[in-house]
Write a protein that binds this ligand. Structure first.
Ligand SMILES: Cc1cc2nc3c(=O)[nH]c(=O)nc-3n(C[C@H](O)[C@H](O)[C@H](O)COP(=O)(O)OP(=O)(O)OC[C@H]3O[C@@H](n4cnc5c(N)ncnc54)[C@H](O)[C@@H]3O)c2cc1C
Length: 416
């Protein structure tokens, strides 16, 4: 915990939030020679409600942070074991531009490790101190007010990175608005001891039912955390829109789902540490930048609308933000950059996710879909955010075309 007397009075780059988005920004910016202060209201290591799954794209970003060795003795996840409507498909992550494996690491550990990578590269850390206010003129943040247990202070800033997560209190002070007319998620996770903690497949259930057998508009997951941990991360999620809010009772659904997985995943106890959270998705926010500030990660709603994964986007947007620190006014350039990288895919994915909030759509698409290996391979590629702008194969082109078409009908495009 940092005391008020120890606080710096000025930061060339102040990064608020030391999750993957903020810590990655701090690491890349410090490596590029900026004087960086990374500030978080929590004291690390801290937990973050999450499925703990790392897609191959997240593994690639970890590598850019010099963390290959750290991931070397973590689970190597080769693909998704997908279940539903009496069928199971094992779909490997596609080979290509990204590593052929993903991983899963509890966020208590992962976030602390990325944060330390930022400190190793020269960033300094302020813990247990909350950003509570901003002093803005001409769309430029001059200083950030902070509060610690022993008082309040003000830090003058050259540039500000807002990486304060899903609710983004600081982003909101700067005018960030979350629009719930497109799909967003609600999800809960827990941990359980498992005889299959060393499995190399992630479990994904497209058919989720409650204790009465009623089909729910959601999905379930089981992510093995490795032999050393002896645990799996288990969770359930639901998609919703402002018009069709999710009425799923997350905790009982998760407990029922865990009971249903007990034999298959050799669970030896009930789910513990149950926690839930909202997930803004698909760039459904406006007000993501100003003259000298940018929002990254969850605060910019950079979460895949089809499965709620956001760690890779947080790491990536942190890298992009660090790279444009020296480029001057971010007001238009930052939303344009985010839209260029994610706009078409987010538009198509959130439209599809919105369709999945219609109760009859899930079995209609899911029942035949799960039986088609080709279709499921496409789904895994889209869900894993594994189609890059450079890809030029048939699926990538179809997905891109769908995104361009979808954006034409968007009442509000991603990040606008
Ligand atoms: C149930 C659930 C399951 C998920 N499963 C997965 C998954 O398996 N894989 C995946 O890739 N993604 C998953 N996600 C999404 C993923 O957790 C997020 O996308 C990711 O954490 C985003 O990182 P971030 O750095 O933007 O924000 P965060 O990790 O939320 O970090 C924000 C930080 O800001 C700090 N902070 C907030 N306010 C202030 C303030 N005022 N002052 C100072 N500090 C502040 C917080 O303490 C926190 O440390 C899941 C999400 C949920 C809810």
């Amino acid at each position: 915990m940092t005391s008020i007397a120890q606080l710096p009075r000025h930061a060339d780059v102040l990064v608020v939030g030391a999750g993957p988005g903020g810590a990655a920004t701090a690491a890349h910016a410090a490596r590029a020679g900026h004087q960086v202060v990374l500030l978080d209201s929590a004291v690390f290591p801290r937990d973050k409600t999450c499925g703990d799954g790392l897609t191959p794209r997240a593994v690639a970003e970890m590598s850019l942070l010099g963390l290959d060795a750290y991931l070397a003795d973590r689970p190597k996840i080769v693909g998704l074991q997908m279940h539903g409507w009496g069928a199971t498909q094992h779909i490997r992550w596609p080979s290509g531009r990204f590593p052929a494996h993903g991983s899963a690491v509890a966020r208590t550990e992962l976030d602390d490790r990325i944060r330390i990578a930022a400190l190793d590269r020269g960033a300094s850390m302020v813990e247990g101190v909350k950003a509570v206010g901003v002093d803005v003129s001409d769309n430029t943040v001059r200083s950030v007010q902070v509060a610690a247990d022993d008082g309040t202070a003000s830090i003058r800033v050259g540039q500000l990175i807002v990486a304060d997560g899903v609710r983004s209190p600081l982003g909101r002070m700067l005018g960030r608005e979350w629009h719930r007319d497109t799909a967003y998620g609600v999800a809960a996770r827990a941990y359980a001891s498992s005889g299959r903690a060393d499995d190399s497949w992630m479990g994904s259930d497209l058919e989720l039912r409650d204790a009465h057998g009623t089909l729910l508009p959601g999905y379930g997951w089981v992510f093995p955390l490795g032999a050393a941990s002896g645990r799996i991360n288990i969770g359930v999620g639901a998609l919703a829109t402002g018009k069709r809010p999710a009425h799923m009772a997350l905790r009982p659904t998760l407990e029922h789902y865990a009971r249903a997985q007990t034999a298959d995943w050799q669970l030896s106890g009930p789910p513990v540490e149950i926690a839930s959270a909202l997930l803004p998705m698909g760039g459904a926010v406006s007000g993501v930048a100003g003259g000298n500030w940018m929002l990254v990660g969850d605060s910019a709603a950079c979460v895949n609308p089809l499965n709620g994964e956001g760690i890779d986007y947080a790491l990536e947007t942190g890298r992009f933000a660090a790279a444009r620190l020296q480029d001057g006014d971010h007001s238009h350039a930052w939303p344009a950059l985010l839209a260029e990288h994610y706009g078409t895919a987010f538009s198509a994915a959130r439209r599809l996710a919105g369709l999945l909030t219609v109760p009859k759509a899930v079995p209609l698409l899911g029942r035949p879909g799960i039986r088609s290996t080709t279709l499921m391979s496409m789904v895994v590629r889209v869900m894993g955010n594994l189609i890059s702008e450079e890809d030029d194969d048939l699926i990538a082109r179809a997905w891109h075309t769908a995104g361009v078409a979808s954006q034409r009908f968007d009442h509000r495009r991603p990040f606008h």
